[in-house]
Structures are given as C-alpha cells and as structure tokens.
Design a protein around this ligand. Sequence first.
Ligand SMILES: NC(=O)c1ccc[n+]([C@@H]2O[C@H](COP(=O)([O-])OP(=O)(O)OC[C@H]3O[C@@H](n4cnc5c(N)ncnc54)[C@H](O)[C@@H]3O)[C@@H](O)[C@H]2O)c1
Length: 254
Amino acid sequence: MKVPSMRLDDKVVIMTGGGRGIGKAMAEGMAQVGATMIIADISLEMAAQTCKEINDGGGKAIPIQVDVTSEAEVIKMVDEVVAGYGRIDVLVNSAGVGSRMASTELPMEEWNRIIGVNLTGSFLVARTVARVMMQQKAGKIINVSSIMGAIALPMIAAYVASKGGVVQMTKALAVEFVEHGITVNAIAPSYVNTEMIATMKADAPRFADTMRRTPMCRLAETEELAGPIIFLASEASNFMTGHILYVDGGFTAW
Ligand SMILES: NC(=O)c1ccc[n+]([C@@H]2O[C@H](COP(=O)([O-])OP(=O)(O)OC[C@H]3O[C@@H](n4cnc5c(N)ncnc54)[C@H](O)[C@@H]3O)[C@@H](O)[C@H]2O)c1
C-alpha cells in the first residue's frame, strides 16, 4: 500500500483572507508543502506582505485584491488566476469578520455585513471557483466555519448564524458538486490567537470564561490550523466531503 501524500506540490490554491491571521498561517503552511498560493484579501497591502514572507522563505505566492462580497471582483479574480495558472486545485474561504453586540441593538447594516462576508462571500467565491473545478473534474473547496457553527454564546448572533450557515452550505455544496469530482469540507476552530479576538483577550472575565470552556485551557495558535488545512487540501482526505473538522482543543466535546 502507498500512503497518500500530504504534499501539495504544484497545486494552485486560492486563500481568501490570507492577508493576516488564520488565513496567513494556513497559506504559509500550504506553501511549505509545495503549493502555489494566491493570497486574496480586501487589503492588497496585507496580502502582499504575506506573499513577501512566503516568497522570502522559498515558497511561491502572489497577492490579489478582492472583496469577497463583490461578484464582479470575485469573477475577475478567478479569471486572472485561470489566465495565469490554467487551473485552480484548492480554494480556502478564510475571509471573515465578526463583532459583538446585543441583538436588540445590532444595526441591520452590521448583521448584513457579517452574513455578507462570512456566508454570502464564501458561497460566492465557492460557486465561482466551482465553475472552473467542474471543467477540471477535480477540486477541493474548504470553508472556514467555527465552533460557533455548532454552539452559541450571547452577543454574537450574526456571527453564529453566519458560521452555522457555512456548515450547512458546506454540506449542500458537497452533495451538489460530488458528481463533478469536487469535495467541499470545512474546518471549525475554537478561539485562535488573532486580531479578531483581541477584545476578548483583553477582557479578563471573558477570557477566563473562554479558558474554562476549553478543555485544553488555551487559545489555538494560528500555525495549529496549518496541519488540518493541509490534510483537507491533500489527497490524504480524498474520501471526505461534507465534513466539518473541529480544531478546538476539545471545546465542543466539553
Ligand atoms: N480567530 C478566531 O478565534 C476564529 C475562530 C474560529 C473561526 N475563525 C474564522 O477564521 C477566519 C479568519 O479569522 P482570523 O481570526 O484570521 O481573522 P482576521 O481578522 O485576523 O483576518 C481576516 C482576514 O480576512 C480579510 N477580509 C475581511 N473581509 C474581507 C472581504 N470582504 N474580502 C476579502 N478579504 C476580507 C481581512 O482583511 C483579513 O486579512 C474567519 O472566517 C473567522 O471567522 C476565527
């Protein structure tokens, strides 16, 4: 028996939200095992910085500016990648936003912004990339949900709804695209040490509550998402589709 490889040599990978945080660390990890990374972020400056670090380390990466909520920009990005590389092997939808407010006070613009980026944006990029993958009869789409796709905490209803939506969208696209050779999975992290959770970290009682809920009693570091994403992007996970991979220090088992 030949053990399937977790290398991503010559794979063309689009990483949305790759400008910083989890997306950046996953991109660095994927580049280290051979992937050519397209770092797609609303901030071209941050995307370019990620690419510089990957390229300086001997990897391959190019930046593209894209707002995942704009259909015109997403189509343009996908066209550019196909023109430059001829194909797209893997898409990781890591662009995401969140905020914390009582549901009774939450401006509808903020609800729409969070659902728009996390859920609608992930769908838009996934279905646009899927048109290319269908022609290839192969591809892997990986969405970034959260433990908040399965459980809930107060004051983050829009975020919880968006990530729950990502879970169900992942399953829906998995069963729809399977006949085209495309797999669709998601990773669902607990709290990861990024800018997104800076206010939670600075709030001592909330931070203590989060630690109490996490059996491993700590935040994840961004590089701890690299292994799971490489696994889902590689041939090692070929029989998995519609799967939600929790990377949560035991949070959802508590
Ligand atoms: N940090 C956590 O604790 C945590 C836990 C579970 C899931 N997640 C999810 O992981 C993903 C990454 O989170 P993070 O902590 O790295 O956040 P982050 O804020 O550090 O990074 C998010 C990235 O997405 C980009 N982005 C935002 N809106 C965009 C848009 N409209 N178009 C393109 N790019 C856009 C930002 O510029 C940024 O580079 C998100 O989907 C988030 O919901 C985070």
